[in-house]
Design a protein around this ligand. Structure first.
Ligand SMILES: [Zn+2]
Length: 370
């Protein structure tokens, strides 16, 4: 088995803070964990101390005990300083769930990139009727049967239930701009692919990157095509962002991710993630050498574990992201079958050569026991 980057990363702590408890990472930088009601059972939030108040980076989800835990933090952990700003790295519910409530409670500004703010507004207001013929068509073209589409429609819902009403105004974060917090510059570094315009924050003075879901040490972020934009190519953006982060950010930065725990080894992890997706792309091309499989047929190529009903939607989106990438690069042909499903076939005649080279490289890799 190829060496996994998680074996070569170094973690700042062996344990994690209890929900609602702050842990100092560096002067003025605090780590806070909040629970999530899903398989991924936590999110890391960060608090930055300014001269006249606290910045909250990401907010937790708006279900379960998050609000009570925030009140506990306000009562016990902020000293005599108020909250002065709230910032969300991107629009997913665990990151913006409590943003509206926090901004309202403290009457403070909300910071986000434009694409994330608008995406959050749109997704948090989606209702059942937004499952339209385009949603059904996307699932059909991905390989679903009519019965499977009906089941998916019954389960459909926006994620408004996980988000307090969003803040009604925001201050726009732009790639390359800086926030001055306690005399230190935090540069906004935008990544794409997991979502349209994810904001990371980098402090050169502290050599710390708050990475949100853009770089996570142990789990891979979902990179999905969804029915709202069926021809999207988020994997291209994701890979390009990782290359850009390798150029822009130092290898020895301390990374504060939204999931798992703070770690060193940014470049190792970025290279591993690029390689991980390249292996998935190659495996899909190989699986499409014979026959004309659909995206649904190809799920076991990417996901070895059994998928429950919730994760099958994310897995399918991720599979289509890889297929769109290969199709748009001219490496896979795509045809509709008689059931209205897209089917795929490898057309790149260098594939056999690339597979052979890849396998001989694998043979040269040190074997890691995991
Ligand atoms: Zn996310």
């Amino acid at each position: 088995m190829r060496a996994d980057s998680t074996n070569t990363l170094r973690y700042l702590f062996d344990d994690v803070p209890a929900p609602g408890q702050l842990r100092e990472i560096a002067p003025g930088v605090q780590w806070l964990r909040m629970p999530l009601p899903m398989a991924l059972d936590h999110i890391n939030l960060y608090l930055l101390e300014d001269e006249d108040g606290w910045w909250i980076i990401d907010t937790g989800i708006a279900v379960g005990p998050t609000q009570d835990l925030w009140e506990q933090v306000f009562a016990e952990a902020l000293g005599d300083k108020p909250v002065k700003a709230v910032l969300s790295t991107h629009y997913h519910p665990d990151h913006i769930g409590m943003a509206g409530w926090l901004c309202e409670r403290w009457q403070v500004p909300f910071y986000m990139t434009q694409a994330e703010f608008l995406s959050g507004l749109a997704f948090s207001r989606m209702q059942r009727e937004h499952f339209s013929w385009t949603s059904a068509l996307f699932l059909q073209q991905s390989g679903y049967s009519l019965t499977q589409i009906e089941t998916a429609q019954k389960r459909w819902g926006g994620f408004g239930g996980y988000i307090k009403p969003m803040p009604t105004a925001y201050r726009r974060l732009v790639d390359g701009a800086s926030l001055l917090i306690d005399g230190r510059r935090w540069r906004v570094v935008v990544g794409r692919g997991h979502c349209p315009e994810h904001a990371c924050l980098y402090s050169e003075g502290l050599n710390i990157l708050i990475s949100g879901d853009q770089v996570i040490p142990k789990i891979t972020s979902n990179v999905s095509v969804m029915g709202g934009e069926p021809e999207a190519n988020p994997l291209k953006d994701w890979l390009a962002s990782h290359e850009r982060f390798l150029e822009l950010l130092p290898a020895d930065a301390l990374v504060l991710p939204a999931h798992n725990t703070p770690f060193y080894g940014l470049h190792t992890r970025l290279r591993y993630l690029i390689e991980h997706h390249e292996e998935h792309l190659l495996a899909l091309e190989e699986a499409c050498l014979d026959g004309w499989p659909t995206a649904l047929d190809l799920l076991p190529v990417l996901f070895k574990r059994a998928l429950d009903e919730h994760s099958i939607g994310l897995a399918l989106g991720e599979c289509v992201a890889h297929l769109n990438y290969l199709h748009q690069r001219g490496q896979l042909a795509r045809e509709l079958n008689d059931d209205g499903q897209y089917t795929y076939r490898s057309i790149d005649d260098t594939l056999h050569l690339r597979l052979r080279r890849h396998r001989s490289e694998l043979d040269d890799q040190p074997v890691m026991q995991v």
